[in-house]
Design a protein around this ligand. Structure first.
Ligand code: GDP
Ligand code: MG
Length: 223
């Protein structure tokens, strides 16, 4: 996973806008990036983290922490730390968070979003969730704006989850893309329950975040 990162070298000095940059600890040679899985309630954000937790070797992944409300199983957020290789002499750790998608948890989404280095937007491909996806994308942009963050500068990947469902129940990727991917960011069809598209989404987002950190492709090496 993210073995490609070795194809990058880092120019820390060139990093701009340090307020939102991943944490680079030169003493321990560790880069820590915060990635937030965003999207409407029940789109499959927790399922992404669960899959990563079960599929990655224990040396690469920590425990999956979930904070749930008492009355129902709605999650406040999930947290999963993942170590995915090295960039040059630096180890890279991604801290993955999910937000609760339900509209009334806006304050929690605001908190979880704080300091995010990248966003994985998990859309629910089920036809009846069309409006919820669009509302959640608008909510994301509004919440980022409240943090003073211009969404256009923030690395993002979009995942069209539940594409395993039959066409009668799910919207095709191209239609979802037209409605949601106006920034033309990396996008992936997914069936997170079975892991399809899960690593692709994380890898694409991770690469974007590391690039933004000041990483540049080493001459002559493929991305
Ligand atoms: N068919 C199908 N169901 C999924 C997929 N991903 C998640 N689900 C189901 O969707 C529901 C909500 O998933 P969850 O990860 O809890 O959503 P969250 O609210 O975004 O964290 C659960 O019942 C999952 O089993 C998928 O790719 N395909
Ligand atoms: Mg969840």
């Amino acid at each position: 996973m993210l073995r490609d990162c070795t194809h990058f070298y880092i120019q820390f000095e060139s990093a701009q806008d340090t307020s939102r940059m991943p944490i680079v600890d030169h003493a321990t040679r560790l880069i820590t990036c915060k990635l937030v899985y965003y999207g409407p309630g029940r789109s499959g954000k927790t399922t992404n983290l669960s899959y990563l937790h079960s599929a990655l070797p224990s040396g690469q992944v920590g425990s999956l922490t979930s904070l749930a409300t008492r009355r129902d199983r709605t999650l406040f957020f999930d947290y999963l730390p993942v170590n995915l290789g090295t960039v040059g002499a630096y180890r890279v750790r991604f801290q993955l968070y999910t937000v609760p998608g339900q509209p009334y948890y806006r304050a929690i989404r605001q908190l979880v979003l704080q300091g995010a280095d990248g966003i994985a937007f998990v859309a629910d491909s089920q036809r009846h969730r069309w409006e919820d996806n669009i509302e959640s994308m608008q909510d994301l942009h509004a919440n980022l704006a409240e943090h003073g963050v211009d969404a256009r500068g923030l690395p993002m990947a979009i995942q069209y989850n539940k594409q395993d469902l039959p066409p009668s129940l799910s919207t095709p990727v191209n239609e979802l893309s037209d409605a949601l991917n106006f920034r033309n960011v990396p996008e992936f069809a997914a069936d997170a329950l079975n892991g399809v598209g899960v690593f692709d989404t994380l890898r694409a987002l991770g690469m974007r975040v590391l690039r933004r950190l000041g990483a540049a492709e080493a001459p002559g090496m493929a991305a």
